[in-house]
Ligand binder design. Structure first.
Ligand code: PGA
Length: 243
């Protein structure tokens, strides 16, 4: 696992965007795994700038998002469908037919999960997966617990996740309790992975991850220790350096 500690959130975002740019320049039809949340916003802004000012071309890029809430309308600003359009896709020249986000409103969830993993494989697998990390160590919505799902699945959200994500909702009672997420196995199949973490809230999870001693379902991100090509980019606050 490679660790990059950046001075602040801005340089973290630029470092991550630069890695995505390299991947797209190497392979025009790169398959990207994408994340939502506060952390990747700066990276998306930088990629939008690269598109506008430097002509970074997304026309053949294929994307798969990590997760989506269950039972939330896609016109709801808290849905990840809405987030991705508003924060990224509406501002670049991506072909929306190449965009894939798990369906949190499917009539047949089990089938929809199976088809999502199948589609990732059909598109040749994920070349570069972007991840955030929960303060509880989750990746995607693979929450700490006794066991983890291998493939895309429906999960109950952890209390900590519901609390952390309630900042986006009117009240904590409005936060969905279930989500559809790529499983740990779906994530681990990506050829290259970048995990981003910013701010004090992530310090404990990052400390446990970079200590790198144990793989445990209690810290889902620890499975990344088994992956051959992971870069963890953290800012000094997340790493535990205070200036
Ligand atoms: P955040 O979420 O970027 O909003 O902190 C990260 C995550 O929960 O994976």
């Amino acid at each position: 696992m490679k660790l990059i500690v950046t001075r602040d959130y801005e340089s973290l975002s630029k470092a991550a965007a630069e890695m995505v740019r390299k991947e797209i320049e190497k392979k025009k039809d790169t398959v990207l795994g994408l994340a939502t949340g506060s952390t990747p916003i700066g990276m998306y802004n930088e990629l939008i700038r690269m598109h506008r000012e430097e002509g970074l071309d997304f026309s053949r890029v294929v994307t798969f998002n990590l997760d989506e809430y269950v039972g939330i309308g896609y016109d709801d600003p808290n849905s990840y469908h809405y987030y991705m359009n508003a924060n990224f896709f509406d501002h670049i020249n991506i072909n929306k037919n190449n965009v894939h986000i798990p369906d949190g409103n499917s009539e047949n969830m089990e089938e929809s999960c199976r088809l999502y993993d199948e589609l990732i494989e059909k598109k040749g697998g994920i070349d570069l997966q972007i991840l955030g990390i929960g303060a509880n160590g989750h990746i995607g919505f693979n929450e700490p617990g006794e066991e983890l799902y291998v493939g895309t699945c429906v999960v109950n959200l952890d209390e900590r996740t519901i609390k952390d994500n309630s900042r986006f909702f009117k009240s904590i009672d409005d936060v969905p309790t279930k989500a559809i997420t790529m499983g740990i196995g779906s994530i681990m199949k990506a050829r290259k992975i970048i995990l981003l973490a910013s701010g004090k809230n992530k310090r404990e999870a990052i400390k446990r991850l970079v200590e790198g001693k144990k793989v445990t379902t209690r810290l889902p991100a620890s499975f990344l220790l088994l992956h051959p090509d992971v870069t963890v980019i953290v800012d000094e606050e997340a790493y535990g350096i205070s200036r």
